[in-house]
Ligand binder design. Sequence first.
Ligand SMILES: *Cc1c(COP(=O)(O)O)cnc(C)c1O
Length: 461
Amino acid sequence: MNYISTRGAIAPIGFKDAVMMGLATDGGLLLPETIPALGRNTLESWQSLSYQDLAFNVISLFADDIPAQDLKDLIDRSYATFSHPEITPVVEKDGVYILELFHGPTLAFKDVALQLLGNLFEYLLKERGEKMNIVGATSGDTGSAAIYGVRGKDKINIFILHPHGKTSPVQALQMTTVLDPNVHNIAARGTFDDCQNIVKSLFSDLPFKEKYSLGAVNSINWARVLAQVVYYFYAYFRVAALFGQEVVFSVPTGNFGDIFAGYVAKRMGLPIRRLILATNENNILSRFINGGDYSLGDVVATVSPSMDIQLASNFERYVYYLFGENPARVREAFAALPTKGRIDFTEAEMEKVRDEFLSRSVNEDETIATIAAFHRETGYILDPHTAVGVKAALELVQDGTPAVCLATAHPAKFAEAVVRAVGFEPSRPTSLEGIEALPSRCDVLDADRDAIKAFIEKKAL
Ligand SMILES: *Cc1c(COP(=O)(O)O)cnc(C)c1O
């Protein structure tokens, strides 16, 4: 399987090189040259596979340059750190299916991808005799998941930028209490978008990227999207009463990474009627789906901070397909975006979008009310991100199609919002017990590209 760029200006590369490249060197995002379409027989034969076996079947289609036994080992080691035997179990509450993606070491869905990516990096660096300096931006959950993915690993240093004071206290502690010498936390005085723009700009600084062998962990890395495709299959097989029945997935969305994985699963032939794109007040993607309006606004802080994003970096991958796999048009649209502030779509394109997606923006009061009502009716506590998706699904799916809501974080990570909704703290899983009392390490810097570049140069491998 070869990989190409959404902007069309790189020669095709294999999976291993795509993982190491992160952002395409032409500024675009890497995608497989073709997405395999699976027949009904193949899909039916996957129905009762364990999570790990299913992951092997899905991932090996896209990663055919890693020997089968090595890939199996990588997958098994990656999911051995999860605390639930099913890895991503589905629970049913009052007719709503909750796909629990938070049983990994940092209690959010990003562990599913980053445990695998950390092991893949280690494997590939060893094979190549190389080193890597990972640089990433986080609105909260990516950072800790990435840090846990690579802490203590040989030949890897990790630099994680987070917006100072804009993550939940537990999110910050999960990052800053990891004291392995290869882990560097940078709290930047700015927004998540500032952090992400600095990271993007460092990656497009090619001499710097080469000299320090920069590696990406944010959701622009294709391996992350790929790892996430697996749980759409896993959940479908738990929920569909018979094969071929259509389901809907509701996905709380920030960077369009998780929902793009669902889109890939749909293109592979999984019977997904529609994907529900749920946003908080940072609703550029909802405005796009509901009215064709993709114009940048300002970032607002919300109770679901991991979705406080305007520039959704994975959106370009979807636009590539929406534009009929025409890289010249993608290049033009995204090159003009920073100055123009918007991308325009044709009516025919918007019709296609509406056939594939539904969307709802859920505000803070609705999020808190949803956590409260769901708890009252089912006894189950939703985290605020998951609640955004549940609220959207309850409103938009009324025809009896089974709705699977992705539970992207454990409620204990966002205790403040939960307390506002139900009046008490959700019980903490063992990994969070006493975290406030642990020693921590973090550098606070201005959200200034050159200052951050200098800091990285000082500490890099
Ligand atoms: C990252 C994150 C999201 C958003 O996922 P994207 O892939 O950026 O769309 C939603 N919920 C939680 C808890 C997250 O950590």
